[in-house]
Design a protein around this ligand. Structure first.
Ligand SMILES: [Zn+2]
Length: 296
């Protein structure tokens, strides 16, 4: 199970320290100096809309989108606040630390510079794209998918479709090959969403043994769940692993953890907002053509 913490930096803004990415301590490789991001500038309804679309985008996958700060626990983080210039990223609508190719790098932070626009479709697109980069996705040429630079602003989800990588024309993908299936790749890196256990079933929340069909309710200090003994060979039902004291507990590690070839600091931009902003040289060509498409 993974966590994606959506942080709007309310009420006082976020302080970001430069350093190796670490969402637990507010450090980002994208910050070159100590930086302050203003809190989310829009109303609560817009925030709830943003939380909903991000939750919907990631619903098929084994990651919990939350607005509760996981604190010192491993988590990915999307900061949706402030202006690009506050992080020294003038011209960007959002930014991610890079595209990890070999697996997941826990505790990274991506950014949506949310205070440039209150357009929910734009915010959702950028939020999904920057987090998608954190989870190993490149840009692709599919208009409905948030990993694209193509219009329209509204994106339906990470699509199960094999399409070329690229911004406006096909190119090699950052992690090799020339095509990407964003849905399939997220299934590989994050895993598939697990059904929520019904009351009393293995893995369901409990307050006493009587809540559980197995009559065993255990805690790991963070959550309290119905458990059951592992079978004699030490195995457990799908999605559960056998702990040291031979009880079945939800698996917490990803199938392919960490490391891999980070493509380095390759901040990316969703062009939705760039019509308001000065384009950075790196993305000028792609963004400029999309900017035309967005003019309205
Ligand atoms: Zn991007």
């Amino acid at each position: 199970m993974h966590y994606l913490y959506l942080n709007n930096c309310e009420p006082y803004g976020c302080e970001i320290q430069p350093g190796a990415d670490d969402s637990r301590s507010g450090r980002s490789s994208l910050a070159t100096v100590s930086s302050h991001l203003d809190a989310w500038a829009w109303n609560g309804d817009t925030w709830q809309g943003f939380v909903k679309c991000m939750t919907d985008f990631y619903a098929p996958f084994d990651i919990t989108v939350t607005t509760d700060n996981p604190g010192g626990a491993d988590h990915f983080e999307l900061i949706a606040a402030g202006l690009a210039g506050q992080l020294g990223e003038d011209g960007a609508a959002g930014v991610a630390p890079g595209i990890p190719c070999g697996g997941l790098t826990e505790n990274t932070i991506a950014f949506v510079f949310a205070n440039h626009t209150s357009d929910l479709d734009a915010l959702c697109w950028i939020g999904a794209q920057e987090t998608g980069h954190m989870f190993g996705l490149d840009h692709e040429l599919l208009a409905d998918d948030p990993m694209t630079y193509l219009p329209p602003l509204h994106k339906s989800g990470f699509e199960a479709a094999v399409v070329p990588c690229g911004e406006t024309e096909p190119r090699e993908c950052a992690c090799g090959g020339s095509v990407q299936d964003s849905h399939a790749r997220l299934l590989r890196t994050l895993g598939a969403a697990r059904p929520v256990p019904q009351f009393g079933e293995l893995g369901a929340a409990c307050t006493s043994p009587m809540d559980c069909r197995s009559e065993q309710c255990a805690t790991d200090g963070a959550q309290q769940l119905c458990t059951q003994p592992c079978d004699p060979t030490g195995s457990c039902p799908d999605g559960f692993s056998c702990t040291a004291d031979r009880m079945c507990w939800p698996e917490t590690t990803s199938p392919s953890d960490s490391q891999g070839c980070d493509t380095g600091a390759t901040p990316s931009m969703v062009p939705a907002l760039t019509l308001l902003l000065i384009l950075r040289r790196r993305d000028r060509r792609a963004s400029a053509s999309v900017r035309t498409a967005f003019r309205r």
